[in-house]
Design a binder for this molecule. Sequence first.
Ligand SMILES: [Zn+2]
Ligand SMILES: [Zn+2]
Length: 269
Amino acid sequence: MAPELRASGNLPGLIDSHCHLDFPEFNGKIGAVREEMQAHGVTHALCISVGLRDLPNVLNLAETHANFFATVGIHPDHDSGEAASEVELAELAKHPKVVAIGETGLDYHRVSGDLEWQRQRFRAHIRAARRCGKPLVIHTREAADDTLRILREEGAAEVGGVFHCFTESQGTAEQAIEMGFHISFSGIVTFKNAQALKEIARQVPLERMLVETDAPYLAPVPFRGKVNQPAWVRYVAEEIARLRGVAIEPIAEATSRNFAKLFLGRAGI
Ligand SMILES: [Zn+2]
Ligand SMILES: [Zn+2]
């Protein structure tokens, strides 16, 4: 049974820093998605690109709706067939609603074999981010050491960004923060078996925290297993507030401020 919706008027505003609204799950449903956002006090969403073939659809969402923004990038899971140079990526990122490069990074869990192409693609994205002065949206899975090493080697601290859907160790979080990056929590933090991640959510400095859904994936409790949507970032923020023993207001305020500073301020929006 769905928990009752609360009125939007007195809800502290939240921003979904990572979602995939161009995916087929949302075909013809953007109007409903936006209504749910409003009902849950979710003011903005960042639509994340996973490949250049799909980029026009992501850009279209950001062009059509003032409170949607976009990124440019090729997901590390996408096979080696799709390539882009740092020049091409930086050129595409000049679009006025593109606020970051990504998602990019390393994924040694879902892809195997010789992954040098993945590392080269990651380097091209970091160089593109430095070239256009926009932050990075990092995806990393079972590849934390290589991710941190390549970020250091490529001077990524110059642009910063976010480790999205964070599921790595406390040590990795600390090194990412030291390099100037933010840590973004998804619905995973609401899962009962995510004790280590809950502990990290208690520790991350508020000024480096973001929240996201990664919709259509990773619906939070109490919707686990359903098609996720940006409105439900509220359940992520509520769990973080509970874990830290604070009200939701400071979590909402900090994560929205961090989003604006990292993505909008830099893009001159
Ligand atoms: Zn990802
Ligand atoms: Zn994603």
